[in-house]
Design a protein around this ligand. Sequence first.
Ligand SMILES: Cc1cc2nc3c(=O)[nH]c(=O)nc-3n(C[C@H](O)[C@H](O)[C@H](O)COP(=O)(O)OP(=O)(O)OC[C@H]3O[C@@H](n4cnc5c(N)ncnc54)[C@H](O)[C@@H]3O)c2cc1C
Length: 477
Amino acid sequence: MLIAPPEVRLPSRDAVEKAVRELDRRLGPSKVDVSEAGRLAHARDDSAAAGRLPDAVVLAAGRDDVKVALEVCETHGVPVTPRAAGTGRTGGAVPVAGGVVLATQGMADVVDVDRHDLVAVVQPGVVTGALHAAVEAEGLFYPPDPNSLSSCMIGGNVAENAGGPRAFKYGVTREYVLGLEACLMGGRVLRTGRRTIKGVTGYDVTSLLVGSEGTLGVFTEITLRLVRAPTEIATVLALYADARAAAAAVTRVIARGLVPRCLELLDAWTLEAIRRQGISVDPRAGAMLLVEVDGGADAPLDATLEALGETLSEGGQAIDVVAAQDEAQRARLWEARRMLSMATRKLTKYKLSEDVVVPRSRLVELLDEAARVCERERVRHLTYGHAGDGNMHVNFLWDDDGERPAVDRAIDGLMRATVRLGGTLSGEHGIGVSKAAYLPLEQGPELIALQEDLKRVFDPSGLLNPGKIFPTGHRAC
Ligand SMILES: Cc1cc2nc3c(=O)[nH]c(=O)nc-3n(C[C@H](O)[C@H](O)[C@H](O)COP(=O)(O)OP(=O)(O)OC[C@H]3O[C@@H](n4cnc5c(N)ncnc54)[C@H](O)[C@@H]3O)c2cc1C
């Protein structure tokens, strides 16, 4: 049930052999893995995108290794696919043209955490959860929290401009990237951005690189903005009969000007997956809102919690609104939320998760459209996600290979409905391989052509992560 790789130019056998020999000579054989097991371990990510088996994996230990790999591969015309943890959901790290996978998980140092400047400098292979622990040990806070944080890495987060539940209050990865060191195809090293909080010198190349999905350059060092850690956190659960009632409550919270740090919606089937994890949820509930607020001495939580409780209960539609009783209960709730993707997999043989976004005011319409296209195509689905941002994970579930064409039609219907509602194809997972065919639904030919021109400025030979983002060579899944 994989998405076939796009039509891309493949390197010649001769070019690959020469490149691998030179990489071996310059980096040493321990950093160039040509074993079948090593290549297979770097051929897929967490999406349905099929790649081609890479010819070699470079296990970079530092910037100089990355530089050498990009220089050698450019010389011999061999494609390179950068990779961090491989948890991506759209095939960004999948080597669709074979060649070399440039693995950065060995570059995992937290170089600096500066309590005075509120800055962290890290290598790209630092696991996001480990970064959280390192800065929290200093009383500081790095807010972006993709639900894969126990395994995904900061290099992958920057390349995808990752979000997470806390984005409602704190924003996504881009808001925290101050500067980058990036190697370009051919081995040129760029330093972009700065270490200061303010700064407007030149074009904002840092922002262009954030979210570029490994197609413009390979990050070798990342400078991040930190904030002071909140000292008070409270989690509230609100249960409703259905997702429409829950979505209406989200709209009320936003309209009242409340800014919880997380505002997550889980629909009926998602609750079923939670129950199957052994967590009891009121059987009357067909939807849940998981809401979290934070503050500190300057922003005590009592008044916010009271206003939140009132707003969630307004209109008499809430079945129950309760605050987590203690830290252990709070941790259990979030653990269940973070495990949702795994838990929902147990409901079905196959699952595809989309991450569309609509303006917050159109959340109910998005839920209705998702239900409508799935009903039309007779495809099972469940929906959960970052409702406060209008960013929902619509998951398509099926058990039989023969159902796949109907699933594809349902995905197509969802993409079209999203754009019609004024939304966007991806809130956090990127375009990669999985959504490249849909890009023209959202962006005009001029904008796509301009971005392809930009790609050529950074990578004239088109060897860095080919076959990603742009629609050429792709068919809808
Ligand atoms: C269970 C689960 C939950 C998830 N929840 C979320 C969520 O809440 N929010 C969210 O945003 N995403 C989520 N994701 C998706 C995924 O974890 C993110 O996209 C994450 O940012 C990918 O990081 P990674 O280290 O796995 O990167 P990879 O998958 O290895 O790579 C992702 C992209 O980054 C590029 N890349 C990697 N390293 C570099 C580098 N050094 N320089 C340049 N480009 C590079 C790759 O080429 C690729 O295009 C989830 C995934 C799973 C499996």
